[in-house]
Design a protein. Structure first.
Length: 329
């Protein structure tokens, strides 16, 4: 058995190779079929028009060989990169903020210690690439600068695109457009969205919302990393990438769909909790096991399980939650 997965992550000691093999042999068939369809759709060109067909294709997963290209196109990152030639390199050559560099350096060794490609001994060592992307981004978006969590997201982008400049523009698409204000110093967007999830759980899985309230567990305690790291290190790599496929195309509501599905599917299990630490532990448990590893069926579930979830609903909830947070501030 291979101790290291295709992305360079070392598998944990208790990794269940048997059920993973069983899943992957089935998934491989799906991937092969999807790859043929995608090749026909792209026909060697670098453009895709948004359409119901493309949305359906993306929900069924982008084959890895097309992933970087499709993310670049549908997120708007490709257009931005083409309209700003040389911009990325100018950011790296310009004046630097010493405090920002220090903050980024501190996090380098903490980023994916379990990934062989990010080790100092690796050749090429992706730490150097990651450092560049984060330094450039911090100088490009001074309002955000650098915040923990961004290192993991940039790291994943580098693993998929294998391209420094593309990773920078995808990071910009996520932080600048797709995720509302998650990484700014006040993290208002992040705090708001955790409250929004709480409201959605009240509507869709009321028993769990009631349990949380009864034991005084704040949503931020159990889900903040889901939002900050976009499920990195929380769900299996293949599943995270499938979530990101949809995130780049459909935007931040995908995060709510995933969160609601995890909670709804595991409702009975969560409700067994009888105290505060127990609830926190249950939320750690629900992100493991076959349900989340079987990424293909998991992704089908996120579009059916939570029921209808419109951007209008989310934006309305965001407004009321944001106002509530600001009035408490």
């Amino acid at each position: 058995f291979c101790r290291v997965d295709p992305y360079g992550f070392e598998r944990p000691e208790d990794f269940d190779y048997a059920s993973y093999e069983a899943f992957f042999s089935r998934y491989l068939v799906v991937l092969t079929r999807r790859a043929i369809k995608w090749s026909k759709l792209l026909k060697g060109s670098n453009s895709i028009q948004k359409s119901l067909k493309v949305k359906r294709y993306i929900r069924k997963g982008i084959p890895n060989e097309h992933r970087a290209l499709v993310w670049m196109i549908v997120s708007g990152a490709q257009t931005n990169m083409e309209q700003n030639p040389g911009y990325y390199h100018r950011l790296l050559e310009g004046e630097k903020n010493a405090k920002l560099l220090e903050a980024i350096k501190t996090d380098m060794n903490r980023t994916f210690p379990d990934n062989v490609k990010f080790r100092k001994t690796a050749d090429p060592c992706l730490q150097h690439t990651l450092y560049n992307v984060l330094v450039a981004y911090g100088h490009h978006n001074k309002a955000v600068g650098y915040c923990q969590g961004m290192n993991f997201i940039a790291g994943y982008l580098i693993l998929i695109t294998k391209n420094e400049e593309e990773s920078f523009w995808l990071l910009d698409a996520l932080i600048g457009r797709i995720l509302p204000d998650y990484y700014s110093p006040a993290m208002l967007g992040l705090k708001t969205d955790q409250e929004v999830l709480g409201e959605l759980v009240k509507m869709k899985v009321p028993a769990v919302a009631e349990l949380m309230e009864r034991h005084g567990v704040m949503w931020t305690l159990v889900v903040s990393r889901w939002f900050i790291c976009l499920f990195i290190d929380i769900l299996p790599v293949e599943t995270v990438l499938r979530i990101w496929d949809c995130l780049f195309y459909e935007g931040s509501k995908i995060i709510f769909r995933v969160a609601l599905t995890l909670i709804k599917q595991n409702q009975a299990f969560i409700l067994e909790a009888t105290n505060f630490p127990d609830i926190c532990d249950k939320f750690k448990q629900i992100t493991k096991g076959t349900f989340v590893t079987e990424c293909h069926s998991f992704m089908q579930k996120i579009f059916t399980d939570p029921g209808s979830l419109s951007m209008a609903t989310i934006n309305k909830l965001r407004e009321t939650c944001r106002e509530k947070l600001l009035s408490q501030g």
